[in-house]
Every structure is written in structure tokens, then in C-alpha cells.
Design a protein around this ligand. Structure first.
Ligand SMILES: C[S@@+](CC[C@H](N)C(=O)[O-])C[C@H]1O[C@@H](n2cnc3c(N)ncnc32)[C@H](O)[C@@H]1O
Length: 329
């Protein structure tokens, strides 16, 4: 589901540079090339890859060659190859921006998921300070819902993306003094010690960026940091056990996104993008290596092995699940 450094982003960037070099605005280019403003905007922002027919029209207007538009210069290609060798694949700021724009379409029953996670935060712990940590908070939607629903908590909203953290700070503006943000790598250990008791750890759609052993270690570290009575609540993609199960998840996710697009916009444009961009992990023949969901049963066992009890599944749809465990105490 997380596509990194796609060619469409570089093509969009070259479109923008050549348009600006001619001193044209987007409307000028669209009029001269006979393309729609919406489509051009998507191409230039790198959200869709331009088709050959429209690319020929734009190449004429912008006085560039198709080869340069699609492949760039030799120097650019050398830089791209160098970057792809030096930088491991991972979540990019482009992906953050895409997710901010399309999360409402792509996340099945997003409001229900948020409501479910909020409902699983245990009652207040003894003591004045009630700390809830959200791992990979994205644009802060879940943190905002938790702060609104639980007036006694402080949220520690962590993410690896500066773009996401900036969005979170903007969204939590009205909760000043009740939240802290931090840039972390979920795979690293350095943030996993807490000088205060943790009432709950929550995370949505991010733990699958760790492999199986990485998840086991994360669950063990978080369970150790929880206060007695505290909970670990995870919403995430899960790995189907069988091909049939994968097909069911694939169809279910397509269905959920289609339904959502029609509900929100009355058309299927965002669904077409979901398909073009192969966001459906379950039907993608070559999923992005960053996505490493684990089987639900394994993850429930790992929660138990970490010492958590009342391990349970609370919601399941289209390959997405919400599950939790509570630290005895
Ligand atoms: C699919 S988004 C989910 C965002 C949010 N939790 C939600 O459900 O709307 C995945 C999030 O994980 C963050 N992320 C990805 N890899 C990460 C890493 N290695 N360390 C920290 N955050 C990471 C991304 O920046 C992004 O905010």
C-alpha cells in the first residue's frame, strides 16, 4: 500500500519545471494542450502517471521531448540510480501527502475504526497523569478523537514523517498543553522507554511496516512499558492464511473503497487512483517490501507472549483488523 519514489512523481516534477520555465500557469497549459485542469493537476503533483496521448500534446506545448518527460536527463537518471542504491525503500513524504489526501477513501470504515480504538482505552489509572502514546499518528486524526473523548489524557503522538507531524500539530491546535509530538522510527529502540506510566499504546495502519520479529519485539517492549491495567490497541493490515482468504480481503477492500468514493464524491475517481496506484496490498502481485503484515493469529499469540491478557479481536474487515491486550494488574 505504500508506494515509494514512483516514476509519476519525477514526471510530474519535469512537467512543472518545463511549464514554469515558459512562464505559463496550469490553466494556460491545459487550454493550449486541450487537457482538463483536474487531470493536469494530478499529473503535475505526481498522483497519476500521464498517458501517452496526452503526453504528446503536452510535449508539443511545453517544447520538450517525450523521452525527457518520461526518463529525464542522463544526469537525473544517474542520481536516481544512486539514490535507489543508497536509500532503503521506506515510507516517503510523497506517500504521506498521498495518504493525507486519500486516507478517507482508502481506509475501510475509518470513523468506525477510530471509534472502536477510542472505546478500548481502559479507565483512568491511579495517579494524576494519564499518558496515551499513539505510534505513527499520521495526520493526527485518532489523537484528536482520543483527546476529545478522554478529557483527562495527555497524548504523545509519534511519527517518522515531518509532513505528518506538522499536520498533527495543526489538527491538535485546540488541545494545546495536552499533547506532545516526536519524530521517531518505529523500528528503532531509542523511544521505547517512558518516564511515566502508560495507560495505552495505540497504533493504526503502521505496525505492518515491521517484520514478524520486529512486531514481537515491539509488543514485548510496549507491554513492559504499560502500567498495570493499561492496554495495547492495534489497528492494522493482517496477512491472510490462505489464497482464498487473500482474495476475500482483496475484494472486500476494493468494495469498501468503491462504496466510500460513491458516498463522499458520487464518483469513482479516487477508486480508480486506488487501483492505478496498486494500493490494495491483497491484489498487488508485487507488494511494496515496506508492507509486511503478519497473520492475525500470530499477532494475538505475540500479545499473549508479551504478558498481555484479555487478548481479543474487536473489528475485522477487508484484511484490516483491530485487536488488543491488557496488562494484568
Ligand atoms: C498508513 S499511514 C497511517 C497514519 C495514521 N496512523 C492513520 O491511521 O491515519 C502510516 C503512518 O506510519 C508512518 N510511518 C511509516 N513508517 C514509519 C517508521 N519507520 N517510523 C515511524 N513512522 C512511520 C507514516 O509517516 C504514516 O504516518
Amino acid at each position: 500500500m505504500a508506494k515509494t519514489n514512483p516514476p509519476r512523481v519525477a514526471v510530474g516534477e519535469r512537467l512543472r519545471r518545463s511549464r514554469e520555465a515558459l512562464g505559463l500557469n496550469q490553466a494556460d497549459v491545459c487550454r493550449r494542450a486541450g487537457v482538463t485542469a483536474n487531470a493536469y493537476n494530478q499529473w503535475e503533483k505526481g498522483r497519476r502517471l500521464i498517458n501517452l496521448f496526452d503526453a504528446m500534446k503536452l510535449a508539443d506545448v511545453l517544447n520538450i521531448t517525450l523521452d525527457w518527460l518520461y526518463r529525464g536527463s542522463d544526469e537525473e537518471r544517474i542520481m536516481q540510480e544512486k539514490n535507489s542504491i543508497e536509500k532503503p525503500a521506506g515510507w516517503s513524504e510523497d506517500t504521506s501527502n498521498l495518504f493525507v489526501d486519500y486516507g478517507d477513501y482508502f481506509v475501510p470504515e475509518r470513523e468506525t475504526q477510530i471509534e472502536t480504538i477510542c472505546s478500548l482505552i481502559p479507565a483512568a489509572l491511579p495517579g494524576p497523569h494519564q499518558h496515551v502514546v499513539e505510534l505513527c499518528c499520521g495526520d493526527g486524526r485518532l489523537s484528536a478523537a482520543l483527546l476529545a473523548r478522554l478529557p483527562d489524557i495527555t497524548i504523545h503522538a509519534y511519527d517518522g514523517s515531518p509532513t505528518m507531524l506538522a499536520k498533527t500539530v495543526g489538527r491538535l491546535d485546540s488541545f494545546a498543553g495536552r499533547y506532545v509530538t516526536a519524530e521517531i522510527d518505529i523500528a528503532a529502540d531509542d523511544w521505547r522507554r517512558f518516564p511515566w506510566p502508560v495507560r495505552a499504546f495505540v497504533s493504526s495502519l503502521a505496525v505492518h511496516h515491521l517484520d514478524g520479529p520486529g512486531k514481537q519485539k515491539l509488543f514485548a517492549d510496549l507491554a513492559a512499558a504499560l502500567a498495570p491495567g493499561g492496554a495495547l490497541v492495534i489497528a492494522d493490515l493482517i496477512e491472510p492464511e490462505t489464497t482464498l482468504g487473500r482474495d476475500v480481503a482483496a475484494r472486500g477492500w476494493d468494495h469498501a473503497v468503491r462504496h466510500r468514493c460513491l458516498e463522499l464524491d458520487g464518483d469513482l475517481k479516487a477508486f480508480e487512483f486506488f487501483q492505478d496506484d496498486t494500493w490494495n496490498y491483497y491484489s498487488d502481485p508485487a507488494p511494496d517490501p515496506i508492507d509486511q503484515p503478519s497473520a492475525l493469529l500470530d499477532q494475538l499469540k505475540w500479545l499473549e507472549a508479551a504478558g498481555l491478557r484479555n487478548v481479543d479481536v474487536h473489528w475485522l474487515m477487508a484484511g484490516h483488523a483491530i485487536f488488543s491486550g491488557v496488562k494484568p494488574g
